[in-house]
Design a protein around this ligand. Structure first.
Ligand SMILES: Nc1ncnc2c1ncn2[C@@H]1O[C@H](COP(=O)(O)OP(=O)(O)OP(=O)(O)O)[C@@H](O)[C@H]1O
Ligand SMILES: [Mg+2]
Length: 303
């Protein structure tokens, strides 16, 4: 049974369709990624799943139970790390955790024990008595992660968990998320970090303008939309037409991407050899999820 199942989920803000009939299922124990440009609808989708906001239309089921009917019971299973920090500025770091634990009816001593453990985990033990305003941006993010684990959640819902973290902290969080996955914790992860999605996620949905454009394993997405290796060709303005013509005459799948032309679904090494005589500046390279992202969502900024 799917841990989270959403069906034709829709959210309108006046005339704007922020989430547009999205259907997907998140399986037990998987890390499911949501990728998409700013404004794609990721956070809006997560807000509906975590019962922060009501859908305009469509259904959400958690372990077969209708979220509308059992919001409290279902929310108790979730650990949520929101995109926007909603820590309590009046309280200390430790108090933020112990107070949060109370929402889950965790006894006082146990709340303190778990809070200290969570602070240790995210290397915040030295800050337990500090006020929130004394924390750096990355420390606040780590505290949100610590808070999200306080109820030993069966499902973790993370909206950009590593944004603003230094590389050391980012790897620490990745390692922790992997460990939790090993313990069977299901994860829904919104991210702008393509490496993060490729490293952590079993499956990834790419969202754009409220819709899911593609859904597969990172490797599956790369193979389908780009091919395992692609060829990059640097183009000067005077070469553009002739390169375009040559590639077209070979029936290749290619795109002009601001300064370079990328050739997809090709035997990149062989093609590089064949084109050697043309004195173009070119190089084959491994394709990434970022290439898929650009192919599906375009290179222009979405407003
Ligand atoms: N409370 C709101 N009222 C009106 N419009 C909203 C509201 N929340 C979000 N939107 C709009 O809905 C769309 C989706 O926003 P959302 O925050 O879900 O995007 P996102 O994919 O999470 O983007 P980002 O990567 O920037 O976090 C955007 O066009 C946004 O302006
Ligand atoms: Mg968002």
């Amino acid at each position: 049974m799917a841990v989270i199942k959403v069906q034709k989920l829709t959210k309108n803000f006046k005339d704007l369709v922020a989430v547009d009939r999205v259907s997907l299922e998140i399986e037990e124990g998987e890390c499911f990624g949501l990728l998409g440009p700013n404004g794609a609808g990721k956070t809006t989708l997560v807000h509906m799943i975590t019962a922060v906001s009501l859908p305009t239309d469509g259904d959400i089921w958690v372990l077969g139970k209708d979220l509308r009917k059992y919001p409290r019971r279902i929310k108790a299973m979730f650990g949520v790390v929101p995109q926007i920090d909603n820590l309590d500025a009046e309280l200390t770091v430790l108090q933020n955790l112990t107070t949060f634990a109370r929402y889950f009816d965790i006894a006082k001593d146990e709340a303190r024990r778990r809070s200290m453990a969570a602070l240790n985990l995210f290397r915040l033990e030295g800050k337990s008595g500090s006020r929130i305003k004394e924390l750096s941006g990355g420390m606040k993010r780590r505290l949100l992660l610590a808070r999200g684990l306080i109820n030993n959640p069966r499902v973790l819902i993370l909206d950009e968990p590593t944004i603003g973290l230094d590389p050391q902290s980012k790897y620490l969080v990745w390692q922790k998320l992997r460990e939790l996955k090993g313990q069977g914790v299901t994860q829904l992860l919104c991210t702008q970090n393509m490496d993060e999605a490729a490293v952590l996620c079993d499956r990834v949905a790419i969202m754009h303008r409220g819709r899911v454009l593609a859904l597969d394993s990172p490797k599956g997405l790369v193979e389908r939309y780009v091919g395992p290796k692609l060829l990059e060709i640097e183009v000067g303005a005077d070469q553009r037409d002739s390169i375009n013509q040559e590639l077209q005459s070979r029936g290749l799948d290619f795109e002009d991407a601001a300064g370079t032309i990328q050739v997809f679904h090709c035997d990149a090494d062989r093609l590089a050899q064949e084109l050697e005589g043309l004195s173009w500046n070119l190089w084959p390279r491994l394709a990434t999820l970022e290439d898929v992202f650009f192919r599906l969502t375009g290179r222009a900024l979405v407003e």
